[in-house]
Structures are given as C-alpha cells and as structure tokens.
Design a protein around this ligand. Structure first.
Ligand SMILES: [Zn+2]
Length: 120
C-alpha cells in the first residue's frame, strides 16, 4: 500500500464530508467480498474517477481512475495498525474556507506530482 494522499478537492470534500484520504495498491491486490460494493461516477473529475462505496452502510471505500492499474483505498476503512504515513496534500488550492491546510512540511500538489508518491 502506498502512503496516504490527502485530497482537498471539492469532490472529496463532498464525498467524505471533510477530506479525501487515500492509499493505493494495484487493483489485482484488492479482493472485494460480498455484493455490497456500489460505484458512482465522479462527475467533475478531470481524470474520470469513479467512487466505490458500501451499499449497506454508505461508507466511502474505493476510488478508481479508468487509466490506472491502481485502486485507491479510503484509509479510514483500514484496520489499525496500517503502517502508513501521509505523503502529501492534493488540491490544497481547493480547500474549504474552514480548512487550514496544515503547514506540516509535506509536499503539495505540483511538488507531490513530481515525487515518487504520485496520485494513482
Ligand atoms: Zn479529491
């Protein structure tokens, strides 16, 4: 699992109620049990993401780009300990006016895109 990308974009804010926080792994590493997973197209996504959620409890679970072999996993759904760290902030310029993106020294946006810790 990759380290965590925190996303401040409008869609992640609306989807999660606060922020998107995703790890990622190759889709082949994900096994979905049962039939509760539902998908919704992310209508304003410039990368045509779709978002997976639990049809029983409504939890946000997955995020997928059709152009990627990776599947992003909402880290709030993972059991502890995950061993993951936050890699950086995406779309910090889209942050809500209540969201003071922390000055935590982690890469943001373009800087993160150029790093090894890429968004999938
Ligand atoms: Zn986002």
């Amino acid at each position: 699992m990759r380290d965590i990308s925190v996303c401040h974009c409008v869609e992640c804010r609306r989807w999660s109620g606060y922020l998107g926080a995703f790890s990622a792994t190759k889709a082949e590493n994900i096994v979905v049990a049962g039939d509760a997973l539902r998908w919704a197209v992310s209508p304003d996504s410039d990368r045509h993401f779709r978002r997976g959620f639990c049809g029983q409890c409504g939890s946000s679970v997955l995020l997928q780009s059709p152009d990627s072999e990776y599947l992003s996993v909402a880290v709030g759904t993972l059991d502890r300990p995950t061993g993951l760290r936050i890699a950086g902030h995406w779309y910090s310029h889209h942050a809500g006016d209540w969201d003071d993106v922390p000055d935590d020294g982690l890469p943001r946006d373009d800087e993160l895109a150029r790093s090894e810790r890429r968004w999938t």
